[in-house]
Design a binder for this molecule. Sequence first.
Ligand SMILES: [Mg+2]
Length: 383
Amino acid sequence: MKIVRLTTYQAAPRWLFLKIETDEGISGWGEPVIEGRAATVEAAVHELGDYLIRKDPARINDLWQVLYRGGFYRGGAILMSAIAGIDQALWDIKGKALGVPVYQLLGGLVRDRMKTYRWVGGDRPADIVAQMRHYKSLGYDTFKFNGTEELKLIDSPRAVDSAIEKVATIREALGNTVDFGIDFHGRVSAPMARVLLRELASYRPLFVEEPVLPEQWEYYRPLSEISSIPLAAGERMYSRTEFKPVLAAGGLSILQPDLSHAGGISECHKIAAMAEAHDVALAPHCPLGPVALAACLQLDFVAHNAVLQEQSIGIHYNEGADLLDYVINKDDFACDAQGCIAALPKPGLGVEIDEARLIEANKQPPRWRNPLWRHSDGSVAEW
Ligand SMILES: [Mg+2]
């Protein structure tokens, strides 16, 4: 079997899909994307495609090394996301060629269903209790929301109070009938994280995500020592070598690699094993589309330390299309009454893509950008 063609489709809300075709009629799908930089990753995919044409798609390990090492320069959000989507598509082809789901090729199931959680509250958290009540009636009991809006490097007790009050309101209204993680989203500085993590601890969130920016990772350990809240991070780390010093330093309880950013299934399977060796849980980042989610699930079902799966259904970013709009086998992604998804039964990644809809969507590429926030003094704020 030989790879003959790479085709990409940009599609609302902010996604990029890759189709890799072979000379035997089997094709695989990937989702190589950085949110807000879809066109840049798309260019990288086609540049890397030169290494793939006429090659055997079964040799995923070798092709991955070629894409990673072969260009001398390596790593980073763009290149590792391009590799990620290609890697997903190659696993999809291999599974389809052999007639089995990818999790069978990775050693088989370690669990029967995977717990997922939902986003509530949007960028500027509001109406969280009402949304949680609504989703609870649909079976979901685990959520994530943003902890703060923009926060200054040193901010006033008023900003701290409003962050604490939001969480207190949830516990007051819903008691312990819901679980939730709080995403600091890299908006919080190390000094303010010290304050917030201490004061939030009594409300017992499942985790605080990106308590500080990933480039400030040396604070994870000291922050973990002043609060009992498990710390989570990893959506902006792109390879084993980036996770290595972070795991060695300690402080994180949950690793959140993104299967569409950190080198795909091949790399994240290894990152999961590194985390397991450090008694660190796995909760793959996935505010993305259906191929990315399918890739995450393939890993969740073989990684013993996988505890929670993010998914983008109804997320505030999904304007113009939602998680399953381009999927034919929607029922395979249905959540049960506990918010869990069963192992996807179809061969490969287990997602059947409606290519006709993607062709239509690609006629109007979304050009999504994240909001650009500024502090009250006019300086740029982290979003
Ligand atoms: Mg996050």
